[in-house]
Write a protein that binds this ligand. Structure first.
Ligand SMILES: Nc1ncnc2c1ncn2[C@@H]1O[C@H](COP(=O)(O)OP(=O)(O)OP(=O)(O)O)[C@@H](O)[C@H]1O
Length: 218
């Protein structure tokens, strides 16, 4: 059985400010890719951050398999993987080390971490970059390394925030195919994107405007 994330009447504010996400309701279901679209500043990153347990609700909530998400540690323990917009990699580690450290932190043995790292970097076409420092990789290679790390973790939920923005056409298609493969293995995938074509190829779409859900497909 897969993992389901229910966002119910969610509002989120930064600090004491006005909510930038207002009364958003949507469900991320196992085996499906949900696109989150909308103009810059609409609240896509805020929604994914709240789903990842990084931002607390001002109203409403986020639940994973019926249990309210408390914080990031709780979300991680429930298999909610986030590939953040700014990639979140450690620049002074190699691409391979970034994956291995994340895997070992989840309790995977070093040998298994090495195997999963090699397999995941290969899926992103990065076998040749395994031992290269992240700070020496191109922007697109860094973005693909972050995706490789997210995929290697094999969570029940994958939140991918604008993970194709720096990629060429071939790599963009490769990553979109991999996101759909993740859904194919039963993960609930949420993909924030500016790309209407990529969104149209997803199973469902949540469109945000000024922090409100304007149009929901699927
Ligand atoms: N750390 C922060 N502190 C205060 N306000 C913030 C913070 N991060 C985002 N915001 C505000 O929240 C709103 C939503 O931002 P968010 O980053 O979620 O939008 P987005 O749809 O992901 O945009 P983009 O497509 O440009 O990445 C914006 O008005 C933004 O200015």
């Amino acid at each position: 059985m897969g993992t389901t994330v229910v966002v119910d009447g969610l509002s989120v504010a930064y600090g004491r400010g006005e909510p930038v996400l207002r009364d958003v309701t949507v469900t991320a279901q196992p085996g499906r890719v949900l696109a989150v679209t909308g103009p810059s500043g609409a609240g896509k990153t805020t929604l994914l951050s709240a789903m990842a347990g990084l931002l607390p609700p001002a109203a409403g909530g986020v639940a994973v398999d019926g249990e309210a998400v408390r914080d990031r540690d709780h979300a991680v323990a429930r298999g909610i993987v986030l590939v953040p917009q700014d990639n979140g990699l450690a620049a002074i580690l190699t691409a391979g080390e970034n994956l291995q450290v994340a895997l070992i932190a989840t309790g995977v043995s070093p040998a298994e971490a090495r195997r999963l790292t090699a397999a995941s970097l290969e899926r992103l076409g990065l076998s040749g970059q395994t031992d290269q420092l992240v700070e020496e990789l191109s922007g697109g290679q860094q973005q693909r390394t972050a995706i490789a790390r997210g995929l290697a973790l094999g969570g029940g939920v994958l939140l991918a925030d604008e993970v194709t923005s720096e990629l060429d056409a071939a790599n963009r298609q490769r990553v979109l195919d991999l996101l759909h493969d993740e859904a194919g293995r039963g993960a609930a995938v949420v993909f924030a994107t500016h790309d209407p074509e990529a969104a149209a190829a997803c199973d469902a779409e949540l469109h945000l405007v000024d922090g409100r859900a304007e149009l929901v497909r699927g």
